[in-house]
Design a binder for this molecule. Structure first.
Ligand code: EZ4
Ligand code: CO
Length: 409
């Protein structure tokens, strides 16, 4: 069996997605997600110009060898563009192997370790009543774990807070897909945030009781000592996790945070490789691995990092925002179903329009996510539907402090 074609499809049903489709001489096709939010076309070009020519005539069954070949032969290692491109190839080859075997990918990874995946949804509110409504709506939708993000007095726009009131089943975008030529500028004040957040979690616990697992994303905005202070001040509210409390390029910062708080920590959505987690796992500085199959080189390295993490009782919490396509989401759902040390899956649900382009066997029922039992990943791209939604330039927002200083968004 050999690869006879590899096509890169860019489509924007609700937001931009880059998909690699590999075709074999037997007519089997496999899909991979290569979406890098805000820098999509760089990955599309990397694939088209530098990877597609290398795939032709290769044996699609040699997943590990192809991964190592693409990683090592580039010489210039790691980086989000390279690793998203390699991820797409890896996923597409697992998809093909599953289809040829007649098995869903999770069966090839060792079979199911559970009946389905617990998932967390994104609740948010500009004030407490709106936040409570959003939490109730997510509970009604079946979510068993809830991420809580709120506005902060004095700050105009905050990451993770929907700008409009949400209603059940309605998709919202707090991090556009803001169509336009330039990224949107937002503001930030860490001291105001640290003062405000504990009271929000106290109110949520008072309203919803002690058992509901609550999560929060700090989105890389704090210094180590600020993160330590926040973790400590949230301890009475028993968070499931505090995510990205510091910009984790400085991994040693987490030693300081760890010394001060027992609030569980989740990190790694912007990491690209197994090696990015080496110190954090070895020193047990985190509790959850936040990698996404799409930005991490695919299914193969995700399985490897989780097997390493398992030795330290560190669990998965794979990154599943809507900028990970249904293909990327399926890829990590298969891993999550198979590994022993699954924690929780982030699940925002794609728009109906996105789901009309990516036809899926994935189900979310009674709070449990399942990739389905179709051979391969369980996602097919409707190319005719995809063609109706051409690429639209879109950037993530960015932050400035009150005095104009750039800050992490
Ligand atoms: O901001 O994926 O936990 N989830 C997140 C995401 C990221 C986006 C960036 O494209 O932090 O919402
Ligand atoms: Co995050």
């Amino acid at each position: 069996m050999k690869i006879i074609a590899a096509d890169v499809i860019v489509t924007s049903p609700s937001r931009n997605f880059v998909t690699l489709k590999i075709t074999t001489n037997d007519g089997v096709t496999g899909l991979g997600d290569a979406t890098l939010n805000g820098r999509e076309l760089a990955v599309a070009a990397y694939l088209r110009e530098h990877i597609v020519p290398l795939l032709l005539d290769r044996d699609p069954h040699r997943i590990e060898d192809t991964w190592q070949f693409l990683y090592r032969s580039a010489y210039w290692r790691r980086g989000s563009v390279t690793m998203a491109a390699i991820a797409a190839v890896d996923m597409a080859l697992w998809d093909i192997k599953g289809k040829v075997a007649g098995l869903p990918v999770y069966q090839l990874l060792g079979g199911a370790s559970r009946t389905g995946l617990a998932a967390y949804g994104h609740a948010s509110g500009r004030d407490i009543p709106e936040l409570f409504d959003s939490i109730k709506m997510h509970l009604e939708d079946g979510y068993t774990h809830i991420r809580v993000q709120t506005s902060i007095p004095g700050v105009r726009a905050v990451y993770g807070v929907a700008a409009q009131t949400q209603s059940s089943g309605e998709r919202y975008d707090y991090e556009p897909a803001s169509r336009g030529a330039l990224p949107v500028e937002e503001d930030w004040d860490t001291r105001a945030y640290l003062r405000h957040l504990p009271g929000v979690f106290e109110a949520v616990r008072n309203e919803f009781g002690p058992t509901l697992p609550l999560l929060h994303d700090g989105h890389h905005r704090m210094t180590p000592i600020q993160a330590a202070k926040l973790g400590k001040s949230l301890e009475p509210f028993d968070l499931f996790w505090l995510e990205d409390c510091t910009p984790a390029e400085n991994q040693e910062a987490l030693r300081l945070v760890r010394q001060h708080t027992t609030t569980p920590l989740a990190i790694g959505e912007v990491f690209n490789t197994v090696w990015d987690f080496q110190l954090l796992i070895r020193e047990q500085l985190i509790d959850y691995v936040r990698a996404a199959s799409t930005h991490f080189g695919g299914i193969s390295p995700l399985k490897k990092v989780m097997d390493y993490a398992a030795q330290y009782q560190i669990k998965s919490g794979f990154h599943g925002p809507t900028d990970v396509s249904p293909v990327g989401l399926a890829a990590q759902a298969h891993v999550g179903l198979a590994i022993h040390n699954f924690g929780v899956q982030e699940y925002m649900a794609h728009s109906d329009r996105t789901n009309s382009v990516f036809e899926q066997t994935m189900t979310f029922k009674d709070g449990s996510l399942h990739p389905g039992d179709a051979p391969g990943l369980g996602v097919e791209l409707n190319e005719e539907a995809a063609a109706a939604f051409p690429y639209q330039q879109a950037y993530l927002p960015y932050n400035r402090l009150a005095d104009g200083t750039m800050h992490d968004w």
